[in-house]
Structures are given as structure tokens and as C-alpha cells.
Design a protein around this ligand. Sequence first.
Ligand code: ADP
Ligand code: MG
Length: 260
Amino acid sequence: MPNDGPVILSIANQKGGVGKTTTSINLGAALAARGQSVLIVDLDPQGNASTGLGVALDDRIVTTYDLLIEEAKLQDVAQVTDFPNLVIAPATTDLSSVDIELGKSEGRIQRLKNTFSGAAIKAFDYVIIDCPPSLNLLTLNAFVASTAVLVPLQTEFFALEGLSQLLLTVRDVRDGANPALRIDGVVLTMYDKRNNLCIQVENDARENLGDLVYRTVIPRNVRLSEAPSFAQPVLNYDPNSRGAIAYKSLASEMLKRHEG
Ligand code: ADP
Ligand code: MG
């Protein structure tokens, strides 16, 4: 990794339930397993990434809410997990009031970026921001603070709907607060190769988005949905599952892309 700071990825899609959190946790864990130093920033008031990585509610004293509102320091919010190379900045439902609290204050979309300006962020190779299912102030903060956006796309009917709005939002941010923001790519999730619709959606996505779409697809795999209730990434919960293998493959593909 070059010395000019970490890759900072917003995992974003304004649709809920498409695999953002699952991808944040498991891509993060797979990159960490490859020796990358990874920070996961939970920016969803639901705090599912925090829960999935075993951060109990009692242990969420200083959270991403404090980053955005109080401008707490990143090093005070980030905490180690049970998994090597994997650090998390946890979230609570407090985050849901950020929109109202920041109101129309100037620089309200720069809050997260500001907290990334210190030395602490340089300890990481990858920062993965798990975004809420909305193109709101939280997501804008993520986009302004990021180097790129990774979009999980659930392979179902209407998958591509809403993507144009997401891409427009990225363009707005690029035209304004963060000219360097890129689309890292699109990753197809909950893929079922026995389902013709999935194949059709995949073909559509590859036709329309070309090389933006990762070759790796994430299959529908029950181990992926079970792992969070054991407070583990799937790599730990069931390393040989199809879900674990897929996220390891996604991490490899991403590392290769980012090297080249
Ligand atoms: P989001 O963060 O976009 O709302 P999640 O990652 O929380 O989406 O996923 C929504 C639900 O689908 C969760 O219950 C999750 O465990 C499950 N899920 C996500 N990806 C898969 C997958 N590839 N196979 C099976 N279940 C999945
Ligand atoms: Mg989520």
C-alpha cells in the first residue's frame, strides 16, 4: 500500500437488506486475513456491523456518533476486535439523530473526513464504512471521507433500479466536496445460480457497468446469515463455507485491482 493513506471505501446502497453490512464485515475480515490492517466504521444507527463483530452495547461508550457530533478522536472510538488486524468504530441508535443535530450547520458533510485527518487513520490499509440504507447526511459524510464507493447489488428483480440515483449522488459529491471520489465497483450479492433471474440480473449488470462489476459474486449462503449471531465473520464461523470462500475471493480480486 502506498504511503498516501488508506483506501477508504464506503459500502453503500440506499436499499436495505442488500448485503452492505455482510460485505463490510466479511470483506473487512478477508482483507485482514490477508495481512491488511482494517478499520470498519459502523455508520448505520442499527449498529449491525458492531453487533456482528461482537461489540456488546455496554462497550459502545464512545461511538461514531461522537465522531460526527463531538468530533471525538478516531483513536478514542476505534476498538480492537477478537480478530487480528480488524478494528471497529462502533455505532448505536444515537446516530439516527445526527441529521437533526447537525441541521444546516456549515461543514456538516465534512465531519467524518475531519476525524480522518489525524495520524490515527494512517495505521490502516483499508477503512470500510458500513453506510445506512439511505442517501442521507450519514452517507454523504461517508462519501466525502472516502476514496471510493463499493456498491453491493442484490441479484433480484429491480436490482439496477436506484443505482442511477446512487451514482448521481456520487457525482454530486465528486463535483463538490470530494473530487477524488471514485466508484470502486459493484459486487453482486445473494446470488443463486439455479435462479434464472439471478443470471439475467448478472448479465444486465455486466452489460451496463462493464468492468466495474467484480468477477467474484457472493452466493446466497446460510452461513453468512448465521455468522453475526455468533459475533463472528464467516471466515471464523465457517471458513470452508461458500460464503467465506466468496469473500476471500472478493478480497483477493480487490487487492489485485488496487495493486494494478
Ligand atoms: P444491509 O446491510 O444492506 O441492510 P445485510 O448485510 O444486513 O444488508 O443483509 C440483510 C440480510 O440478509 C441479513 O439477515 C444477512 O444476514 C442476510 N444476507 C446478506 N448477504 C447474504 C448472503 N450472501 N447469503 C445469505 N444471506 C445473506
Ligand atoms: Mg446494514
